[in-house]
Design a protein around this ligand. Sequence first.
Ligand SMILES: *Cc1c(COP(=O)(O)O)cnc(C)c1O
Length: 381
Amino acid sequence: MKFATKAVHAGVHPDPTTGAIMTPIYQTSTYVQHSPGKHKGYEYARTQNPTRDALQTSLAALENGKHAFCFASGLAAIDTVIKTLQPGDEVIATNDLYGGTYRLFVRVFEKYGIRFQFIPMHNADAVVPHLTPQTKLLWIESPTNPLLNIVDIERICQLAHHHGAKVAVDNTFASPYLQNPLDLGADLVMHSVTKYIAGHSDVVMGALITNDDQWADQFKFLQNAAGAVPAPMDCFLVLRGIKTLHLRMKAHCENGKIVAHFLANHPKVGQVWWPGLPSHPNHAVAARQMRDFGGMVSFTLTDDRVENAIRLMENLQLFSLAESLGGVESLCGHPATMTHASIPKQEREKAGLRDSLIRLSVGIEDAQDLCEDLERALALV
Ligand SMILES: *Cc1c(COP(=O)(O)O)cnc(C)c1O
């Protein structure tokens, strides 16, 4: 089945009792048993919920995986992965990483004896000297947040597997429409469903998708044992969002391309980061492992004082100044004070993240209106 058909149909069936074509919101905490221990497969809603089941089946299909598990947020999903490790285990992560992931690793899990290294991975082979017998997991983002670095997922997986380590890919920026890491050899895909998958800026949720049966058993155990499950209403909203994921992503990519080229040709714009630009250092890898280049664009100004970046963001009208990304409406953000403020300035600068960087989540509005908004705000700096 092709992606668009899966987006509309995977995991969902008309309700057998009424014929309702949409999956009902099973807003219940428990399920009646006809005799102790005899039930219809549902006991308590932290453990199982039919609306969540439908969504998990849909997400597994979209990522070409066997098992999917949903959580109350993207970070709750990541938290679950790290809880499958033991004290003494090491994780190697990309150094240009979502700020909340960095915070979870360093400020929550280091004190339990799990060690984290943050390594640039635009050259995949650079991880080799950092791999030790204790390295159990490589945590990859590609494209990265916010610098849109591209990691060669297939190559990283070969190197990691050769050393007996697993690879997890945070696929939030690409969405399953643009990239399927399991097909490239990854052991696990993680999504902040909050972003492109839900797509309408009205839900916070996370997901894990894997083909690894043993890891899946641990995720299922932890989903119930630690209990960071999403609400049925949110699962319904995400199921609705998924039905247009392919259409939205196509529009995000088209607009992302127009905005990236507009910025790249503007005299007041310094550097532009978008994996579809031939000047992007890993453009060739992006073209190989992604189906298109997405709607996230980062840039700096020629006069790259922070005051100028702030003035620009204050004057944009269609691009609302807000954290998050992946909704139908365009957003702009300032990673240094917003999404990445939890990473120390020194670490940010080591990863090439300057305080003057502006990040755009290009929405699905009319591209000309978006460029005119940028043009007008650029004239004021
Ligand atoms: C937002 C985000 C997360 C965290 O997800 P939440 O749903 O906000 O908990 C993780 N990784 C990336 C790349 C993100 O953009």
